[in-house]
Design a protein around this ligand. Structure first.
Ligand code: PMT
Length: 223
């Protein structure tokens, strides 16, 4: 029987990609399937937490019992986290929000004629960094981040840990087989201010429980 060690805890989990529309037909996004975030939501529910799952578009079914909030854009995800952040105990940022959005959304479909040149320039502007904002505005909340890297995994993850003021960061090298986007497994290192723990390839649900174990430990130390 699963121990209900998250009973009474309010957890926000962000999952999946976000999408940024260029025109009514086209958009930019990334490869996140939502599997990592949905696995954390499912396991947190089993352990007795109240779970808010804020998700970009995925093909997954939200686990029964979560407070499911569907979003498209990074701005929307930012806003939805904001509504719940003050009263939450833990925020887990497993989503892959688009960092950029087109500077100008075209109300009309961009015509083939305009695209017929050899190159087509589209200007982008930066989206808010959700994790950085809430990490740096936390009071008693535990904020857990992810780092999706293709190189210098530990160095880049450490710098995100610091910049975004996470309690700890879950680093995954998305170029490794069986890790990162879309797979049912992942290969992670968990990094906090004291140590780095490397884990072998594991199912995303097992990884979810390792992350939640560490959150429970931090929460016990806080109270
Ligand atoms: O969804 P899956 O297919 O299962 O894939 C899982 C995953 C690869 C998406 C997941 O394991 C993962 O690594 N998620 C984080 C992806 C990401 O955006 O990483 P990043 O290194 O670009 O960002 C660092 C942190 O800042 C992340 O916690 C991210 O959620 C957050 N962030 C990033 C950009 C932004 N504008 N706002 C943010 O909050």
């Amino acid at each position: 029987l699963t121990e209900k060690d998250l009973e009474g805890k309010d957890i926000i989990i962000t999952a999946g990609p976000t999408i940024e529309a260029i025109d009514p037909v086209r958009y930019i996004t990334n490869h996140s399937s939502g599997k990592m975030g949905y696995s954390i939501a499912k396991e947190a529910l089993k352990r007795g937490a109240k779970v808010h799952l804020i998700s970009g578009p995925t093909s997954l079914k939200p686990p029964k019992g979560v407070d499911f909030i569907s979003v498209n854009t990074t701005d929307e995800m930012f806003k939805e986290v904001g509504k719940l952040f003050e009263s939450c105990d833990i925020l887990i940022k497993s989503a892959a929000p688009a960092d950029l959005k087109p500077k100008k959304y075209s109300e009309e479909k961009i015509k083939k004629k305009q695209l017929d040149k050899d190159t087509f320039k589209l200007e982008f502007i930066r989206n808010p960094d959700i994790a950085e904002h809430y990490g740096n505005n936390k009071k008693n909340q535990i904020v857990i981040g992810f780092a999706a890297e293709t190189n210098d995994l530990i160095k880049n993850a450490k710098s995100k840990l610091e910049k975004k003021n996470f309690d700890f960061i879950v680093a995954n090298d998305i170029t490794k087989k069986g890790a990162g986007f879309k797979t049912d497994t992942n290969i992670i290192s968990i990094i906090d201010n004291d140590r780095i723990e490397d884990y072998p390839i594991m199912g995303k649900e097992e990884i979810a429980n390792i992350i939640l174990d560490k959150a429970v430990k931090i929460s016990k130390n806080k109270s």
